[in-house]
Design a protein around this ligand. Structure first.
Ligand code: DSN
Length: 478
């Protein structure tokens, strides 16, 4: 590759875009500048490689390709077949899975595909069987009624939202909470850790069709071998949503009992978090569920996005390189250094630390809500997101927590020394922020007071810290 290839590619793209709608070109340039200047600690974000980003900007975007490789509902899909097959092949090799479905557009979509596959596989429904063998025209109104009744109201057991579970694991703001009769398992109030005996007890009582493991705000490893044993003991299908930690599985930081792929019947993920690919989703499973999973589009998905599947192939190829394992280990080393730095400064952390990529701060010790802390940190150039903590008294909107993660900063090259400096910046902001009041003098859960001089000083220190680790150093927009 020529030394200026990436700069030339992005500059040329912006020049072409600018000729049509300069405000979009400006916004793209501004987004790069913003990302370069802020300390990005959002646990679910990362920086995809220039190759991955560039793969998404082309004519693959124009192609319809409903169906699967070699079996499409549209003509002329031979090149889409190439990239979809490549992405699936890389995914299978990387994760040791026998089947990979790379069409989902997001994690929610991947979970919907998995739910459908499990329902279709597990629920005894003569009407569904008829429908599956394409005798749809033979189905009577009574059959359709039976099908809806049989597929609806099945049971799902997943991790509770405030313990770190995800909305799509059966919670009301998501369709999963309306489709399924859901119950959740939480964490031990004393340790913040999953209590597997309690999960087993809940499973015995509830007898779910689906046991879901996976999280978006649990800072520890999950023992998937034990979870599978629990699922087996009640005849549940065991599904793992590894969206947050897929990069740690790919990089072989999570192995053995902590690698979900050999233990789960079906695994879903996004491709853009710790895995560092394009925005999108993916499903991995064994042969038993493969046929149902491949019905994802049009069952629950819109047409596949071939340009994104191509980018998944590129990113997964990158994740198969030896240096990705080093990256994955550094994500965890950095998260642990950040946690230690915060603990040393007196911050309360849910579970007292981390063994993955994220750290969950309970900011009530600083007298703040999550919302106040999030905004005060943002004013200071530190991008995080507020998050509920277990048994949160401030609810899901204001919250008492701040979730931070290291995949993005690790991509930039920051290491454990910089994590200690980051902990100092976070602690400075939180310890100097005080809750504000509403106009009528009552305490506000959103307003806060932070001396702008402190915010400016921290933002300057954050910029100085990042200066040694340029984002996209090979990309100069001029
Ligand atoms: N929105 C993602 C996150 O931030 O964890 C999960 O869907």
């Amino acid at each position: 590759m020529s030394p200026n290839a990436e700069s030339t590619a992005f500059r040329s793209a912006l020049e072409v875009i600018r000729a049509v709608e300069p405000r979009v070109a400006d916004a793209i340039g501004a987004e790069l500048a913003d990302q370069r200047e802020s300390l990005k600690l959002i646990a679910s974000e990362n920086y995809a490689s220039p190759a991955t980003l560039l793969t998404m900007g082309n004519w693959f975007s124009d192609k319809y390709a409903e169906g699967t490789v070699g079996r499409r509902f549209y003509a002329g899909c031979q090149n889409v077949d190439t990239v979809e097959a490549l992405a699936a092949e890389h995914a299978k090799e990387l994760f040791g899975a026998s089947h990979a479905y790379v069409q989902p557009h997001s994690g929610i979509d991947a979970n919907l595909v998995a739910f459908w596959a499990i329902l279709a596989d597990r629920v005894e429904s003569p009407a569904l069987k008829k429908a599956q063998v394409r005798q749809v025209n033979d189905l009577t109104e009574a059959d359709w009624f039976a099908l809806r009744r049989e597929l609806g109201n099945q049971r799902m057991l997943g991790m509770s939202l405030d313990a770190g579970g995800h909305l799509t694991h059966g919670f009301r703001p998501n369709i999963s909470g309306k489709m399924f009769d859901q119950r959740s398992y939480g964490t031990d109030p004393a340790t913040g850790l999953i209590d597997y005996d309690r999960v087993a007890e809940a499973a015995r009582e509830f007898k779910p069709l689906i046991l879901v493991a996976g999280y978006s705000a649990y800072p520890r490893k999950v023992n998937f071998r034990i979870m599978r044993e629990i699922a087996d003991s009640v005849g549940a299908t065991f599904m793992v949503d590894m969206a947050h930690f897929a990069g740690l599985v790919a990089g072989k930081v999570f192995t053995g009992d902590f690698d979900p792929v050999p233990h789960a019947h079906i695994v879903t993920t996004t491709t853009h978090k710790s895995l560092r690919g394009p925005r999108g989703g993916m499903v991995l499973c064994g042969p038993e569920l493969a046929d149902q999973v491949d019905r994802g589009c049009p069952m629950v998905l819109g047409g596949p996005l071939p340009h994104v599947m191509a980018a998944k192939a590129v990113a997964l190829a990158e994740a198969r390189r030896p240096d990705f394992a080093d990256y994955a280990q550094r994500i965890v080393d950095n998260a642990q250094a950040l946690a230690e730095g915060l603990l040393r400064r007196g911050t309360t952390l849910v579970t007292g630390g981390t063994d993955n990529h994220l750290v969950l701060l309970d900011v009530s010790g600083y007298g703040l809500t999550g919302r106040q802390a999030e905004q005060a940190l943002l004013d200071s150039g530190i991008v995080t997101n507020r998050n509920a903590v277990p048994q949160d008294r401030n609810g899901a909107w204001y919250t008492s927590g701040i979730r931070i993660g290291t995949p993005a900063l690790t991509t930039r090259g920051l290491g454990t020394a910089e994590m200690d400096a980051t902990a100092e910046l976070i602690h400075t902001v939180l310890s100097q922020t005080t809750p504000g009041a509403n106009a009528d003098g009552t305490p506000s859960k959103a307003k806060y007071v932070l001396d702008p001089a402190v915010a400016d000083s921290v933002a300057k220190q954050a910029t100085d810290l990042l200066a040694g680790f340029p984002l996209y150093p090979t990309v100069d927009l001029g």
